[in-house]
Design a protein around this ligand. Structure first.
Ligand code: HEC
Length: 106
């Protein structure tokens, strides 16, 4: 019993930093592909953006500032705030220096 509790608190401690972000990786990937990628592809209307475009720290700083288009608008004018959170979670989880870097189809 005591060991079970130890294991549970260990798991909670490991999961907490991810949960603190509050977003969904899976939903974030969906919104990123559906919305962000509609402009941010090679040959699209804006320069290509993938999770690998930034490090985890750079993505966190980017979303903390919350500005888009070189500060011309806020990120939550592109998507609803909770969807922006999901996209942030996806991009941070798969950033260039993350354990699971991902290009999201280039
Ligand atoms: C309607 C088209 C459009 C959509 C949708 C869009 N962007 Fe952008 N984005 C732009 C343009 C235009 C720029 C400024 C020029 C450039 O960097 O190519 C930009 C710039 C950026 C930049 C470079 C830094 C900056 O802000 O200037 C990042 C990173 C970025 N967008 C991420 C995102 C993310 C994440 C999403 C989805 C939540 C998204 N964009 C959705 C058009 C779009």
């Amino acid at each position: 019993m005591r060991n079970t509790l130890k294991v549970l608190s260990l798991i909670a401690a490991l999961v907490a930093p991810l949960a603190a972000e509050g977003g969904s990786d899976t939903k974030g990937k969906f919104f990123f592909k559906k919305t962000c990628k509609s402009c941010h592809t090679s040959g699209g209307s804006a320069k290509e953006v993938t999770p690998l475009s930034k490090t985890q720290a750079q993505w966190k700083a980017y979303f903390a500032a919350g500005k888009h288009k070189k500060g011309a608008e806020k990120l939550d004018t592109v998507l609803k705030p909770e969807q922006v959170k999901d996209v942030q979670t996806f991009l941070v989880n798969h950033a260039s220096d993350s354990p699971q870097p991902e290009t999201c189809g280039g």
